[in-house]
Design a protein around this ligand. Structure first.
Ligand code: F6R
Length: 607
């Protein structure tokens, strides 16, 4: 999604804005722009393409007093310089950047045109500048407040006025805005990463709040002028290092990071002596956890797949009814909240609109909702009743990889806790703890297959469509593998239960549609072998991810990727990593933009 950065303070603004935009770019960026206040008025520079394209046309010597910047991910109107933010009013004195979608923009635009306003872009954002122009009578905050009252939809907005050097005004509704408080300087941005190299003191705005900042002070109020008492929070991590290092792409770096990120997710959370786990953020006693009669995990995309794996695990090991639901569907289905049900919302970004709205709907109905998030201080993390940070570190590539395995780690530890409170013995708990502790080594071994997988994809890059097939807990990993392949290589791919193939998808099988089977050495192995044979008989090409030494499968399949043998429920980790590599190398082979695939953005804050 688009990103916002605003600055007012003693430093020249242009450099800070460009630096901030660079850190926002991973969210998806097809054009970027800045508006900087100078002694001679606004200086606006916009460029289609990436932030580096904008940087190339901005004077190297930083300049300006205050300013706003925006990296755009087109929603309303094509990728053109006219549609690139900041947008101006008719007088050219009011500049606006905006994240989100204004749903009633066309009605407002019509009225504004009737009143004589002239529009230069096709965006929904531009109406904001013109509305502020109409309302402005010397008080920019009030003009934004009046404007916000008319807007329907989601927004994070930051505004500056040419007559008010060193003042920025912002409003939030459904799209994050964070204030950073520095030494005689203030930042306002959609992403805390943009400011952590300057300040660790932040204030998170809530929906319905308006903020006014100058280099020395800030004031936050609601749409009815009521002042809000805000707590200044301390961000306790260093400015995130968003560097690729020796890796060609962030995605590959993040795939490799999994051997460390799973360790971070477990640190201090496994209790070897008691053969259980500990997740302080749940804010629930064991007695309360014992009363839970159902667990429902709500999420989107990859996070939903992690939820599906976890629901299966919870039922299998903790013997507690569990399910995963798509946030986008749940939020509109008037869900029944069962007494003693515990909900989890799972989100890497903590800003996904569907997941956030599902959370709010669940809470409105009185449900207990916990969060599993990666982004610290994100809206979902703040609005849940408690929860767990997965600590996988910033995930920059659009395709989620390390967040998936870290979400699993958190949910596996939760399952262990629930299982140990119920029927799981000390011995079984100790064994499970041991298996989790062994994950980094296992992931390391799977990563050694990287070159092999790189070679293998060349043989299959002809395919226009792929089936990913698994059973039991790995069925959901097959879904995840298909999602990874389609989103970054643009090859059509679907994940199915291998057993379901004969109920329809088998009609797709021919020499041009390869199937990728997940074949662990578990109780369903023989069943999967039958499914492979059915595909082979129909001339389908088969790649099998199999356990080292499984010669029987190696003989039937056209190609194999071998992985270490682990216990049944650890396979999702072992199977996910080669599928991530498979998607990565396929996208590379096909010359795709791996880290920023077309039409996708890192955090889907509209929905
Ligand atoms: C897939 C992917 C998306 C996200 C989904 C949810 O690689 O990245 O499917 O998983 O948009 O995002 P979060 O977890 O941020 O809520």
């Amino acid at each position: 999604m688009s990103g916002i950065i605003g600055y007012c303070g003693k430093k020249p603004a242009s450099g800070i804005l460009l630096e901030g935009l660079k850190k926002l770019e991973y969210r998806g960026c097809d054009s970027a722009g800045i508006c900087v206040g100078t002694d001679t008025g606004f200086r606006i520079i916009k460029k289609t393409g990436k932030v580096r394209d904008l940087k190339a046309i901005v004077p190297e010597e930083p300049f300006g007093q205050n300013g706003i910047g925006h990296s755009r991910w087109a929603t309303h109107g094509g990728v053109t310089e006219e549609n690139t933010h900041p947008h101006l009013d008719c007088t050219g004195k009011i500049a606006v950047v905006h994240n989100g979608i204004i749903e009633n923009y066309s009605q407002i635009k019509e009225k504004l045109i009737t009143k004589g306003h002239v529009f230069k872009s096709e965006t929904d954002t531009e109406i904001i500048a013109h509305l502020i122009e109409d309302f402005y009578a010397g008080d920019l905050t009030q003009a934004l407040r009046e404007t916000a009252k008319l807007l329907k939809g989601t927004y994070g907005i930051v505004v500056m006025h040419n007559d008010l050097p060193n003042v920025l005004v912002g409003a939030r509704n459904g799209s994050p805005l964070i204030l950073g408080i520095g030494d005689k300087e203030m930042f306002i941005a959609s992403d805390v990463n943009t400011m952590t190299s300057y300040t660790k003191q932040v204030v998170y705005l809530e929906d319905g709040e308006i903020i006014t900042i100058t280099p020395d002070e800030f004031h936050i109020s609601d749409f009815h002028k009521k002042s809000a008492n805000k707590t200044i929070k301390k961000v306790d991590w260093e400015s995130e290092i968003i560097e690729k290092g020796d890796f060609e792409h962030f995605m590959l770096k993040e795939i490799y990071e999994q051997k460390e990120s799973v360790v971070r997710g477990m640190a201090g959370r496994l209790n070897v002596n008691l053969a259980t786990g500990h997740l302080g953020g749940l804010n629930m006693t064991n007695a309360e956890l014992l009363n839970v009669e159902r667990v429902i995990i709500v999420a989107a995309g990859t996070s939903y797949h992690a939820g599906l794996v976890a629901a299966y695990l919870l039922e299998s090991l903790a013997r507690i009814p569990a399910s995963a639901e798509l946030a986008s569907e749940l939020r509109y289905k008037n869900p029944i909240i069962q007494k003693n049900a515990l909900y989890f919302v799972v989100s890497q970004s903590g800003e996904t609109a569907d997941t956030l709205h599902a959370l709010r709907e669940l809470k409105r109905k009185g449900a207990k909702v916990l969060g599993i998030c990666n982004a610290v201080g994100s809206t979902i993390a703040r609005e849940t009743d408690g929860g767990v940070y997965i600590h996988s570190g910033p995930e920059i590539a659009v395709a989620s990889t390390k967040a998936f395995t870290s979400q699993l780690v958190a949910l596996y530890i939760f399952t262990l806790i629930m299982a140990r409170i119920r029927d799981m013995s000390f011995e079984a708990g100790a064994e499970f703890v041991k298996q989790l502790q062994g994950l980094p080594d296992i992931i390391d071994k799977v990563l050694l297959k990287s070159e092999e997988i790189k070679k293998l994809v060349k043989k299959y890059s002809f395919a226009k469509s792929f089936l990913f097939l698994g059973r039991g807990i790995n069925y959901f990993v097959a879904m995840e593998g298909a999602l990874k392949l389609k989103e970054i290589s643009y090859i059509h791919a679907e994940g199915f239960s291998a057993a379901e193939v004969r109920h329809g998808p088998i009609a797709l099988i021919n020499e041009e549609t390869p199937s990728l089977f997940l074949v662990p050495d578990d109780r369903l192995r023989d069943k999967i072998i039958s499914n492979i044979r059915e595909v082979k008989v129909r001339k389908g090409k088969v790649i099998a991810v199999v356990v080292e030494g499984d010669d029987e499968v190696a003989q039937i399949a056209d190609d194999v990727i071998t992985v270490p043998s682990v216990s049944e429920y650890i396979y999702p980790f072992v199977m996910a990593v080669p599928l991530q590599l498979f998607a990565y190398y396929m996208a590379l082979e096909l010359g795709r933009n791996v880290d920023q695939p077309r039409n996708l953005s890192k955090s889907v804050t509209v929905g």
